[in-house]
Design a protein around this ligand. Structure first.
Ligand SMILES: [Zn+2]
Length: 118
């Protein structure tokens, strides 16, 4: 995932003819289960030999949203950090009617803004 982000940023920087990338703003959906620290760590390694070296990575987390096909409920999906498991486990149940709900937001990872020097 982080590789894809870095590649996209580099492609964009190249298109814009940038000399250096100074800031990358990301929005990461909580349901991607990407650990922010893991992303930061991978990022630092991946940008090492690129024009992104030394750039600041700003990450914003976005909550998941579920929608219930049975009653039409739409709301934020809360995940619980269970120390027993490595990742938080979302309960995909509609809080209104108890039917199975589906995820409509929170599984994406978007590059919001790139600041670069030309
Ligand atoms: Zn429902």
């Amino acid at each position: 995932m982080t590789t894809q982000i870095v590649e996209s940023v580099l492609a964009e920087a190249e298109k814009q003819d940038a000399k250096k990338v100074t800031e990358v703003h990301l929005t990461i959906g909580k349901l991607t289960f990407l650990g922010i620290e893991q992303v930061r760590f991978a990022y630092r390694i991946l940008v090492e030999d690129t024009i992104m070296k030394g750039s600041k990575l700003i990450i914003k987390e976005k909550s998941g949203v579920i929608e219930c096909p049975s009653c039409g409920y739409k709301g934020t999906l809360e995940t619980e950090d269970n120390p027993m498991y490595h990742v938080p486990t979302p309960i995909l149940k509609c809080p209104e009617c108890g039917e199975a709900a589906k995820i409509v937001e929170g599984k994406e990872c978007t590059i919001e803004r790139i600041r670069m020097v030309k």
